[in-house]
Design a protein around this ligand. Sequence first.
Ligand code: NAP
Length: 231
Amino acid sequence: MDKVILITGSNKGIGYEIARQCGKLGFQVIVSGRDESRLRKAVEMLAKDNVLADSLLMDVSSNESIENAVKLFATRNIELDVLVNNAAIGIHEDNQLAYNNTEILERSLQTNSFGPLRVTKAFIPYIRRPGRIVMISSSGGVLNGEVGGWSPAYCSSKTLLNAITKHLGHELHPHNISVNAVCPGWVKTDMGGSGATRSVEKGAETPVWLASEAPQELTGQFLRDKKAILW
Ligand code: NAP
């Protein structure tokens, strides 16, 4: 039986590339996103690359949308082997916490931190054991040195995502589900921009490895380039 993987925010960027690479590895792929037509185009593009994917409409910032997605998923009578929480936003005006409206931080947390937690909680009953959850995080969320001085709301949202990952790793370990965070590096996507140093293929490499062949014992760790890094 093919392994099944669901990737949030996978109509483009790193999420799409994770879907493509996992499809090539023989996974049954479910791409997910908040816009029906963008999702349809992603499925068409994957098909041109000989990857047959299903789609699931889900806005990770909306409880109602997540509930609807889970209801629809439940009618398909399949289980997930892997859930990848990839969807995230960066907000252009996110340049300081001190004087910006807190709405920028609230929106960042809603999508980048609460989104992955809510999606995870909603799908846990549908994850096969052993199962895997991969959180696409960022070195911007790291707190063991100086902060980078860029996009503080985005970085704070990834710090919270890292904390959530570590707690979920601990809580889900007895249930045979691994939970990891990954920093993909600075990747050429709409979010990363054209000046980024990494290709989308390289950005997807460690998430795909975690989704497929990485040892489950790595649960609860934060990885970059297949190696554990400090939170
Ligand atoms: P991207 O090209 O902007 O893609 C983001 C994806 O998330 C899009 O498919 C987008 O859908 C989706 N999305 C955003 N909000 C959503 C929502 N509320 N519900 C569902 N889907 C939503 O970004 P990326 O560079 O591929 O980033 C992927 C992940 O890597 C993110 O978690 C990001 O924080 C992380 N990351 C990226 C970099 C980098 O350099 N690129 C570095 C570190 C970490 P729409 O098309 O509808 O907007």
